[in-house]
Design a protein around this ligand. Structure first.
Ligand code: C2O
Ligand code: CU
Length: 505
């Protein structure tokens, strides 16, 4: 967008949102000029990435599909190449991915692929219209980028609420000098599911947008009608209160319901690396393996100081890696839908014997539970200590009454993404203070960077911010471009709890 358009958009914004909202974000009276997502600064930063010289070519076909969730449950959804989760992508750090998205979605639906957590070149980040034009139905777009940091990532579209369809797949970047030793590695993708069962994510968003204010409590509740999709009264002490907005009929582990689960098989005594990914739209999962403790080794792809836990709480968009040495028997791997009184389940089998009840809740779920704020970065990835050069207050605002989720009181408009940017300068140490003024938790995700929580905490790209709490995170502005900063609740983000972090030109 040229500066003329941006200026008039800003002025228009003034009339609607008022001057206070504007001052909260930019600090100066005029629109700052931002670097272009495909300009020289982006190319220069990309040149510095270490490359192995190897390229992986593949195609991701986004299309309508009938998927089998197990136990006789099928759902018509949108998926990559007919399956959900989509086929795992696995590369080695420094490899180049050349992935062609073929958009075969119905009804002229546009789409994209976002490579969640990867610090890649900005024009491959998959956020239309901020970093590319949306891929129209019947068209292709090739994403070509080098992934130079090992870790557990995933991919999903960045258009509307498509994240809550079946359009997601794990992306594993292996470390060519892997320091951990283990016998097996299992990727565990968690998802809350309703598409093609009770409605579509677009139906859900249409209802939520009306807000709780649109609901006649006496009449609707009295008549036992309530809302079709909106969940009320889901509470979790771990999440500081209200756990989620949406009712889901199923919680899936690797695309399966608990009654017909994914079964991981190996021998007793084997050491396994679990890569846990929360691809859900509106559900945090509390994960435990019955009869075992987990040793957490990484979060959001980056190593932490190893920590023994009974269970781990994973918000939407977060990932955890854990090591576990397996006992002899059949064990439930349970992902409790936090505050929603439901769960997804897989089985770990190292011996014959009957499977536990699909509704089993291992006692580890109520043992020592870790969240990111209690963890520390591993020494080799901790940020050098340095004073922040730039500080931005990121106030999380809004609520369920009018479903006006926003940042600093401004609901993001994807049609005009650079209207109200949070600006950073290349080379600076930036601090973001997430100030949650709402009565819900929000998993706050930053594209293109891995921030650090506090001065010692883990490196992450998605972190849970509890209601009425402030969380400070730090990052070095070393990857120029236009990067989204948003709540990874699919519905909060789409309602407007999103902002653009732009590098100043
Ligand atoms: Cu998982 Cu804006 O992304
Ligand atoms: Cu949120």
């Amino acid at each position: 967008m040229n500066s003329m358009n941006r200026r008039s958009a800003l002025l228009a914004g003034l009339g609607v949102a008022g001057a206070g909202a504007l001052a909260a974000c930019s600090g100066s009276g005029s629109a700052p000029a931002l670097l272009s997502p495909s300009g020289a600064a982006v190319a220069a930063a990309d040149k510095k990435r270490t490359r192995s010289g190897k390229t992986h070519e593949l195609t991701l076909t986004a299309a309508q599909a009938m998927v089998d969730l197990g136990a006789g449950i099928t759902a018509r959804t949108w998926a990559f190449s007919g399956r959900t989760p989509g086929k795992e992508l696995r590369v080695s750090a420094g490899d180049t991915l050349s992935a062609t998205l073929s958009n075969q979605l119905p009804n002229q639906t546009t789409t994209s692929v976002h490579w969640h957590g990867i610090a890649l070149r900005n024009d491959m980040d998959g956020v239309p219209p901020a970093t590319q034009t949306a891929v129209r139905a019947g068209r292709n777009f090739t994403y070509r980028f080098t992934a130079d940091a090992p870790g557990t990532y995933f991919l999903h579209p960045h258009v509307g609420v498509q994240l809550d369809r079946g359009l997601y797949a794990p992306l594993i970047v292996e470390d060519p000098r892997e320091p951990l030793s283990y016998d097996e590695e299992w990727v565990v993708v968690l998802d809350d599911w309703l598409d093609g069962v009770t409605g579509t994510p677009d139906d859900v968003f249409a209802e939520l947008k009306q807000g709780m204010g649109g609901m006649d409590m006496d009449k609707d509740m009295g008549a036992g009608m309530g809302m079709r999709f909106m969940l009320t009264g889901a509470g979790s002490p771990l999440l500081g209160g209200d756990a989620g907005d949406v009712k889901y009929p199923h919680h899936l582990v690797n695309g399966r319901v608990p009654a017909d689960p994914e079964v991981f098989r190996t021998k007793p005594g084997k050491r396994v690396r679990l890569r846990l990914i929360n691809a859900g739209g509106d559900t945090a999962y509390r994960v435990a393996l019955g009869g075992h403790q987990l040793t957490l080794t990484h979060t959001d792809g980056f190593p932490i100081r190893h920590q023994q836990v009974d269970a781990v709480l994973i918000g939407m968009g977060e990932r955890y890696d854990a090591l576990v040495t397996l006992g002899d028997g059949v064990f439930p791997l349970v992902a409790l839908a936090e505050g929603k009184n439901a769960a997804g389940t897989a089985l770990v089998r190292t011996a014959s014997g009957s499977a536990p009840d699909p509704a089993v809740r291992p006692k580890e779920l109520d043992g020592v539970i870790m969240t990111a704020s209690q963890l520390s970065a591993a020494d080799d990835v901790r940020l050098t200590s340095r004073k922040a050069d730039q500080v931005h207050r990121i106030e999380l605002t809004g609520g369920m009454m009018t479903y006006n989720w926003a940042i600093n009181g401004v609901r993001f408009d994807m049609n005009d993404p650079t209207a109200n940017p949070i600006t950073v300068e290349q080379g600076r140490r930036v601090r973001l203070d997430f100030v949650n003024t709402t009565s819900m938790w929000h998993p706050m995700h930053l594209h293109g960077h891995t921030y650090q929580i506090g001065s010692e905490g883990p490196r992450k790209d998605t972190a849970i911010v509890l209601p009425n709490k402030t969380l400070s995170v730090f990052f070095d502005a070393d990857n120029p471009g236009h990067w989204m900063l948003h709540c990874h609740n699919a519905y909060h983000g789409e309602a407007g709890m999103m902002a653009l972090v732009g590098y100043q030109g």
